[in-house]
Design a protein around this ligand. Structure first.
Ligand code: CLF
Ligand code: SF4
Length: 521
């Protein structure tokens, strides 16, 4: 049987046009200042740049984890080339992927560096908005340095436009900083759950360092020193660092404010505080001893309290060590080793750049629409803040049916505008053409119970009435519009209704963070 040849030319862009049409348009407009792979966003006035320097913006603008705005448009992939680990975390069971970056309870397919390189080319040729390759397990990438760096070497040669990204527990980081820099890895994540060894001893039972096993406080002290040293060495070299922290109520929840200060002072770019997921069926120490994870409001309150000069990441999906696609979608099942090895791949850099130029135009249009809507709120004063849940499948639009949503993105609306503050995973409401009332009650309403409204592309009468009865306004009048523009417009109407007495604003309850392993739809 002939192997399928992957070609980008037939892939539809966010606007619906085919790439070969775009390539034609691009050829006709050579020399135009707004064309080209980087689009307007690189000129300094682009969506999301804010106060970032041009050099930093260039590094983050297409990275879906380092830029919240980019995550609506650009995808990442992981290759699971690093099976071994050198520490033990109480929220980890080695049967599953490293829980420092991945959601507990997920098992990824392990690859050799050569298989990984082929997979990257296959994905890049199928998903032109895939801009970042990360190595995040299934163990620790720096406990497997040969496999990790061999993979980077192969990809740097064959797909030089793809950004390289690494996530580590930090124990071996200081030993590898120069190698990381030599491979132009611009993005490194370190999981730092504590800077106090007494707290660390409650999270890490042991580490294995320089051929010796250390336990308890001593283990945590060595780990903490190595993590902070590695962070300093990376930021001195201009490598962007994200710090992941797992929020463990009663153990490090208060302490993470101090961790935030410690990493900020050492130059970390972004802090990602993730909820502990500790289902008993995962067989972890925390899962078995009943250690709970935080509620949605507890997590948000901690993230809010750490948000000063440092950016907080709130869009992390705790993805698998072989994740593929936009954050929040999982296309890993399309790219099994068997499928990838059967593909004949044609790496078409020009088509990828043409696709990404169209994505940049969409980002610019979205940003302009948000700005215009915000201007209609000029002079508005109110302390009222509401949360809005949004069903979306990407591109920054409300473009998912209620019944098809496996997650909702959460926006906070205030007089300052619309701000992304998180996401909630849910069970599918629509199963085999029928609404599943149990899913609505047991996960969806509980997951978005703190929201005043849910925005959808379409919704049936029954779920709409159930949501309404739970005090959540189901809104489909902004179908396929931009999310932030719509959230601002809704908020403006909401304030008007409060003033006219049509509605009474009240505080909503707390919401649940979904436990358990994610199963790709
Ligand atoms: Fe992967 Fe991590 Fe790089 Fe992103 S993931 S190695 S920085 S490319 Fe992103 Fe996934 Fe959260 Fe990680 S959503 S788990 S933060
Ligand atoms: Fe598990 Fe990752 Fe911790 Fe290693 S670093 S024990 S793989 S969570």
């Amino acid at each position: 049987m002939a192997s399928p040849i992957i070609s980008l030319s037939s892939i539809a862009t966010p606007g619906g046009a085919k790439l070969d049409e775009i390539m034609q348009q691009k050829a006709e407009h050579q020399g135009c200042g707004t064309s080209g792979g980087s689009g307007k966003a690189s000129c300094g006035s682009g969506a999301g740049q804010g106060d970032l320097s041009p050099e930093v913006w260039e590094k983050v603008k297409n990275h879906p984890c380092y830029s919240e705005e980019a995550h609506h448009h650009y995808a990442r992939m992981h290759v699971a080339v690093a099976p071994a680990c050198n520490i033990q975390c109480n929220y980890c069971n080695r049967k599953y992927d490293c829980a420092n970056e991945s959601r507990p309870g997920v098992v990824s397919e392990k690859l050799t560096p050569e298989q990984a390189a082929k997979k990257v080319l296959a994905v890049a040729s199928t998903i032109p908005q895939m801009t970042v390759l990360g190595i995040a397990g299934p163990g620790d990438p720096l406990a497997n340095p040969e496999k990790t760096f061999k993979t980077f070497e192969l990809i740097a040669k064959t797909a030089p436009d793809i950004k390289l990204c690494l996530s580590t527990n930090g124990l071996m980081l200081p030993d590898h900083v120069d190698t990381i820099q030599s491979f132009n890895v611009d993005h490194v994540t370190i999981t730092i759950n504590m800077v106090d060894p007494d707290i660390g001893a409650q999270i890490y039972p042991w580490i294995f360092y320089k051929n010796k096993r250390y336990k308890g406080r001593e283990a945590a002290q060595i780990l903490s020193e190595r993590q902070l040293q590695g962070l300093e060495m990376l930021t001195e070299r201009g490598i962007l660092c994200k710090v992941n922290s797992v929020m463990i109520p009663g153990i490090n929840d208060q302490h993470l404010v101090e961790v935030n200060r410690a990493v900020k002072s050492r130059g970390a770019f972004l802090h990602n505080i993730m909820p502990l997921i500790s289902a008993p069926e995962h067989g972890t120490v925390f899962g078995l001893n009943g250690q709970r994870g935080p509620s949605a409001q507890e997590l948000k309150a901690l993230q809010d309290s750490c948000e000063g000069e440092m950016n907080m990441m709130r869009h992390c999906r705790q993805c698998r060590a072989d994740a593929v696609g936009l954050l929040g979608e999982d296309r890993s099942a399309e790219f099994t080793t068997e499928n990838v090895m059967a593909m004949e791949v044609e790496y078409d850099l020009e088509s990828r750049q043409a696709y990404q130029a169209v994505v940049e135009q969409e980002r610019q249009a979205k940003s302009a629409a948000k700005q215009a809507e915000l201007e209609t709120m000029a002079g508005e004063q109110s302390d009222v803040k509401i949360l809005v849940a949004v069903a979306t499948k990407g591109s920054g639009r409300i473009n998912e049916h209620f019944g098809h949503a496996t997650e909702f993105q959460i926006y906070e609306a205030s007089t300052a505008g619309a701000k992304f503050v998180g996401h909630r995973r849910v069970d599918l409401y629509c199963q085999g053409g029928y609404g599943e009332e149990e899913a609505l009650e047991s996960t969806i309403i509980r997951a978005i119970n703190d929201c005043a409204a849910v925005f959808v592309a379409k919704i049936g009468g029954c779920p709409k009435a159930s949501l309404q009865a739970a005090g959540i306004d189901a809104v489909d009048r902004y179908a396929f519009e931009y999310i932030e523009q719509s959230v601002i417009a809704y908020y403006r109407d909401y304030l008007e209704q409060i003033r006219s007495g049509a509605i009474v604003h009240g505080q909503r309850g707390d919401a649940e963070i979904r436990q358990g392993a994610y199963v790709a739809a």
